[in-house]
Design a protein around this ligand. Structure first.
Ligand code: AMP
Length: 206
């Protein structure tokens, strides 16, 4: 199964990615997580992309495509892309690398996004928590790996607004793009993590 998760920042892509990858044994490829890993490892790519992530704007096309090509080829057939594609240009180029069986769009209103991201804490193992709706069991510590949780630099209110504006301008046209190709699953992403997951699995299993 070849899947892409589409949605605004904070629409729950990471939470659904984790559950879907466990259930269907998919390889989880998050371009954002790969960029953050490159930054924390201090690689040349990390140094190049750090200013973009800090500002909350998209990493240039060629750097993103190079990263993806290094991680995925036509041979892969069980994967979930989280945060890619984010532009029509990326979507078109992806057809030279591989293809999707399903693109799952998590539909969430901007007000819900802003409130979710303002209370989001994450772990370096990629699990996200929310102090309002998905609290860690112990104060600001990851339930799974016990490392301290932190706030992403790009979850500051002014950066959140910019990321949302970029999402509407650059990424939203992909909803129509994939709908026209008959592979879009449009899901109400404002529901609880478990409800969203069961909507998706009943479609994929049905
Ligand atoms: P995410 O973890 O998906 O929210 O991504 C964090 C940041 O990584 C984004 O704000 C962008 O700066 C960058 N990024 C992730 N995926 C892409 C992509 N497909 N194209 C361009 N930039 C990306």
């Amino acid at each position: 199964m070849r899947i892409s998760l589409l949605g605004a920042p904070g629409s729950g892509k990471g939470s659904q990615a984790k559950l879907l990858c466990e259930r269907y044994s998919l390889e989880w490829i998050s371009t954002g997580a790969l960029f953050r890993e490159a930054i924390s490892n201090g690689t040349a790519l990390g140094r190049q992309v750090a200013p973009y992530l800090e500002k909350g704007v998209l990493v240039p096309y060629s750097l993103t495509m190079d990263l993806l090509r290094g991680r995925l080829s036509a041979r892969h057939d069980d994967f979930l892309l989280d945060g890619f594609p984010r532009t029509t240009e990326q979507a078109k180029s992806f057809t030279d690398i591989n293809s999707f069986d399903h693109v799952i769009f998590l539909r969430v209103h901007d007000e819900v996004i802003v409130s979710r991201l303002s209370s989001r804490y994450v772990c370096s193992c990629s699990i996200a928590y929310n102090l309002l709706t998905k609290k860690p069991k112990q104060d600001l510590t990851c339930d799974v790996c016990k490392r301290p949780l932190y706030r992403r630099d790009d979850d500051k209110p002014e950066v959140i607004r910019l990321r949302l504006a970029i999402y509407h301008q650059e990424t939203e046209p992909l909803i129509k793009y994939y709908k026209d190709r008959g592979i879009l699953l449009d899901v109400d992403g404002s529901l609880s993590i478990n409800k969203v997951f069961s909507q998706i699995t009943s479609f994929l299993d049905g």
